[in-house]
Design a protein around this ligand. Structure first.
Ligand code: ZN
Ligand code: FE
Length: 277
């Protein structure tokens, strides 16, 4: 048995297309800086936070895929705006946060629940902070790195604004996500990386991993390519909001008004500083 360049396994004259058993991850750019994430198995697709239906329709047509489910992380319109228009082609359900108002009908989901989609198990996490009912989805395809859809909670090099939640909630949510396996692919809903890293380097001017990542991401953007997905391992090294215990992060946060070295106080100061920066 051998695997050819075209991704086919030749078993004594019989050709099996292995792509049909693999999950492919795609980022579909939408609006100015959103990504609608799509996972598919060659036949069926699942999309996350479809703010724009047309972007999804085009991707489905181009790849001759059917739409088996929609996942929604939180109620903001740039994540839900395309849901109603996609119902015509949707074969399955819309899964949306139990604690938020999003387009009806949908299946309300929350932490501890698992979904079976594309032959895969998807776990749901509560990650409040950006909004109060914000959820994240984790897919762990067999033989492939896990995939995290974290909406506007965790960004590469940053985190979402605290529109509804508290610094303590965001800190708890980010801590949960940071504990996922390092090779987990981090699928954020916005291409904010370059601006986030500019801020991160103010917080940690002496972090060499951050400097290296910053130049790599700048290069990717110059070529018009996404900086995402990131990985949990990368975020642990470069994202100041996951590094509230680091001495340099604490010192910078104190200089910007953090009331102590408590990680929640540090995160609160960083978030307020980022809003001003
Ligand atoms: Zn949002
Ligand atoms: Fe958003």
């Amino acid at each position: 048995m051998m695997v050819g360049a075209a991704g086919r396994i030749l078993i004594i004259g019989r050709i099996v297309d292995v792509h049909h058993f693999m999950i492919e991850l795609l980022s579909l750019p939408a609006f100015t800086d959103n990504y609608i994430w799509m996972v598919h198995n060659g036949h069926e697709a699942v999309v996350v936070d479809p703010g724009d239906a047309e972007v999804v329709q085009r991707a489905l047509r181009a790849r001759k895929l059917s739409l088996s489910a929609i996942l929604v992380t939180h109620h903001h319109p740039d994540h839900t705006g395309g849901v109603q228009d996609l119902r015509d082609v949707l074969l399955g359900q819309v899964y949306a946060p139990a604690r938020e108002r999003t387009p009806e009908p949908h299946v309300a989901v929350q932490e501890g629940m698992t979904l079976q989609l594309l032959g895969q198990t998807i776990r749901v996490w509560d990650v409040p902070g950006h909004t109060l009912g914000h959820i994240a989805f984790l897919m762990e395809p067999e033989g492939q790195d896990p995939i995290l859809f974290c909406g506007d909670t965790l960004f590469s090099g940053g985190c979402g604004r605290l529109f509804e939640g508290t610094p303590a909630q965001m800190h708890a949510s980010l801590t949960t996500l940071a504990q996922l396996p390092g090779r987990t692919r981090v699928c954020c809903a916005h291409e904010y990386t370059v601006a986030n890293l500019r801020f991160a380097s103010l917080v940690e001017p002496h972090n060499p991993a951050l400097q290296a990542y910053q130049s790599r991401c700048a290069e990717l953007r110059q070529r018009g390519q996404p900086t995402l997905p990131s990985t949990i391992a990368t975020e642990r090294r470069i994202n100041p909001f996951l590094r509230c215990q680091e001495p340099e992060v604490r010192t910078s946060a104190r200089a910007q008004g953090a009331t102590g070295d408590d990680p929640v106080a540090v995160l609160a100061a960083l978030r307020a500083w980022k809003n001003r920066a």
